[in-house]
Design a protein around this ligand. Structure first.
Ligand SMILES: NC(=O)C1=CN([C@@H]2O[C@H](COP(=O)(O)OP(=O)(O)OC[C@H]3O[C@@H](n4cnc5c(N)ncnc54)[C@H](OP(=O)(O)O)[C@@H]3O)[C@@H](O)[C@H]2O)C=CC1
Ligand SMILES: CCCCCCCCCCCCCCCC(=O)[C@@H](N)CO
Length: 304
């Protein structure tokens, strides 16, 4: 059976291995660091603000009894990223989780804001990959290793108010698919995670800032906790999954956007093959309601 799927299924152990998490001082990254430390990994977290990193380190120590390493760098500064990665030592699992967003229409965004989002979320991830790849290829431990990118459901579907953010997260998919072909010969496995709205810490604040239409379109979508997303993420990475979805809507989105992404699970390969047609129909229904709400919203504004 193993010969049927290409790339083949694989397992990536994390116990006693080095897991390097960017954006590890808050939210999903912090939950990932805590979970990986609890599973016996050596963990390093990277972010800009040293104070938040120290608080994260202390909170992980209290809840797991494990000490994590912290390193401060801005992912937009390639030199700083390289120094941080080199000082951290050989990396077995790199999780590019750092991220930033602004939920505004493209018209209401400055070029600076757009460049920041793409620069941090997408270009910053390139810097990490380039910095970590050298050591990963030369590693002494020849067991499989992983590079994971935190995308979003907005990396599978573009939604009103998230043009720059969606572009940055769709960009990660192109990076991940092409990169997987470049690094498979070194037994390096790429994962992409597509979480829904996740709390804590920023979701309530984000919801307040969203344009009305964004709230209307995303109203029916469920939210998850950072701990739940972290568990799904680590399990996906350990089982070498390329696309990692987090909830039921995520399964539908993964099937309808499967495209040319690798699929290492026999079960999911089968489900995609059988159900993609009918789930495309479900997508038409979602699109129908979204575009109807946009139409109605504009009609109401014209009347007012
Ligand atoms: N929360 C959500 O609803 C969802 C989030 N995601 C994605 O998950 C990831 C984590 O999100 P979330 O937990 O909400 O994030 P948070 O806002 O809670 O944390 C972001 C982390 O990234 C770090 N960071 C931000 N900018 C930079 C930078 N330029 N250089 C280095 N580190 C940086 C922050 O630290 P510091 O500011 O100190 O640098 C912080 O540690 C992001 O990629 C996000 O896009 C995906 C789907 C849903
Ligand atoms: C077959 C079709 C099924 C369709 C389901 C559609 C669901 C779309 C939901 C989009 C939700 C937006 C999540 C944003 C997460 C995020 O990244 C922000 N919170 C930024 O931090």
């Amino acid at each position: 059976l193993k010969l049927i799927l290409q790339p083949h299924p694989t397992k990536i152990p994390i116990k006693s291995r080095h897991v390097f998490i960017t954006g590890g001082s808050s939210g999903i990254g912090l939950a990932l660091a805590r979970e990986a430390a609890a599973e016996g990994a050596r963990v390093t977290i990277l972010a800009r603000d040293m104070k938040k990193l120290e608080q994260a380190k202390a909170s992980i120590q209290v809840s797991t009894g494990t000490e994590v390493d912290i390193v401060s760098a801005d992912v937009r500064d390639f030199h700083a990223v390289k120094t941080a990665v080199e000082s951290a030592g050989e990396i077995d699992v790199l999780i590019c989780n750092h991220g930033t967003f602004l939920p505004y229409e493209v018209e209401n965004m400055e070029m600076k804001g757009i460049e920041d989002i793409i620069g941090v979320n997408l270009v910053g991830s390139f810097g990490l990959v380039k910095a970590a790849l050298v050591g990963m290829k030369k590693r002494k431990d020849r067991r499989p290793v992983s590079i994971a990118f935190m995308s979003s459901q907005l990396g599978q579907v573009g939604i009103y108010g998230y043009t720059a953010y969606s572009a940055s997260k769709f960009g990660l998919r192109g990076l991940a698919e092409a990169l997987q072909q470049e690094v498979i010969a070194d037994d390096i496995h790429v994962s992409l995670i597509f979480p829904p709205d996740t709390d804590p810490p920023g979701l309530a604040e984000e919801k307040k800032r969203r344009p009305q239409l964004t709230s209307i379109i995303t109203a029916s979508s469920g939210a998850m906790t950072a701990d739940e997303v972290a568990k799904k993420t680590l399990n996906g990475i350990k089982s070498g999954s390329f696309s990692i979805h987090c909830n039921f809507e995520g399964v539908l989105l993964s099937i309808v956007t499967a495209g040319m992404s690798p699929q290492r699970s026999y079960l999911m390969a089968f489900v995609e093959f059988i159900f993609s047609g009918v789930i495309r129909f479900v997508a038409f229904c979602f699109l129908w309601t979204w575009y109807r709400s946009i139409e109605k919203w504009h009609a109401k504004r014209k009347r007012a």
